[in-house]
Design a protein around this ligand. Sequence first.
Ligand SMILES: [Zn+2]
Length: 357
Amino acid sequence: MENPLTPEVLADPVALTRALVDIESVSLDEKAIADCVEEVLRAAPHLTTYRHGNTVMARTDLGRATRVVLAGHLDTVPLNNNFPSTVRGDLMYGCGTSDMKSGVAFALQLAVHLPDPRYDVTYFFYEAEEIESRYNGLTLVSAAHPEWLEADFAVLLEPTYGLVEAGCQGTMRATVVTTGVRAHSARSWHGVNAVHAAGEVLRRLAGYQARRVTIDGCEYREGMNAVRIHGGVAGNVVPDRCEIEVNYRFAPDRTPAEAEAHLREVLAGYELTVTDCAPGALPGLDALPAREFLAAVGAAPVGKLGWTDVSRFAALGIPALNFGPGDPNLAHHPDEHVEIGKIRDGAATLHRWLAST
Ligand SMILES: [Zn+2]
């Protein structure tokens, strides 16, 4: 295949987005796009380029005091009659337009066209973000070559509609078990009904007043919800066991241990087992490059409510935020599209941030 990422395409973030979208790259099928990106990066004399699997990393080494990461995943969710791209008016449609090849285009264009950024920059294009964590290029590289990711600050170019979305909430899943005594329902007074006992657990969750927390100017809104319930033996048996699955989304000022303690406090008196947890990430907007980034964007940051790879950077000790042109509500949607004006604005913002001295 001839590389579609030609010098003319690389000169324009809109054309570059479109060319990237038109290289199919559903998760675990990123070789073609990684090859194209790698070739372009290797041709730039001011970059040192490395590859691990289908993850490509390129870096400047100008001896600057600060290093920042610009990161984007190369994969998309499965196609849904939305390949290749189409353009209607100011909208570009297609799989990956919003999530997140428009963001990848920002990083790739800067990598090629900005030989002397004000910070040293690590450009990180990774595989398999949309599927299980064990395939994720960021996870794989942080295990195999942790030094590739050493930096003071990271921008993850996920869709945020041109806003800064900082940090992210943590998520914890737990199972609460109520127990009773089995009996024939014709003589139910001999038993204790575990499904009825679940009622008090559900009442506590329904009445729970979730916190809203503001950190570095970003509001995070917590939530604690029953997400599944399972109990019952047969149509004529008083059940002796009921399981309620609870999902707690917690603001990043709580550690997983603190979140668990709070969950146990709310559901005190019940048997509770934590089955899964991913920590949140503080917004980290007090770092100097983050403050300068916010100034370049010129709009107030907002808290990220979902869980993103920002948290993986936070776990490596690197403050990170999300910034990209796509509308996050359209990610994974068959009608996925991006506003062309947002691509131009975002590319200009990143250039302003990295090029100014
Ligand atoms: Zn994404």
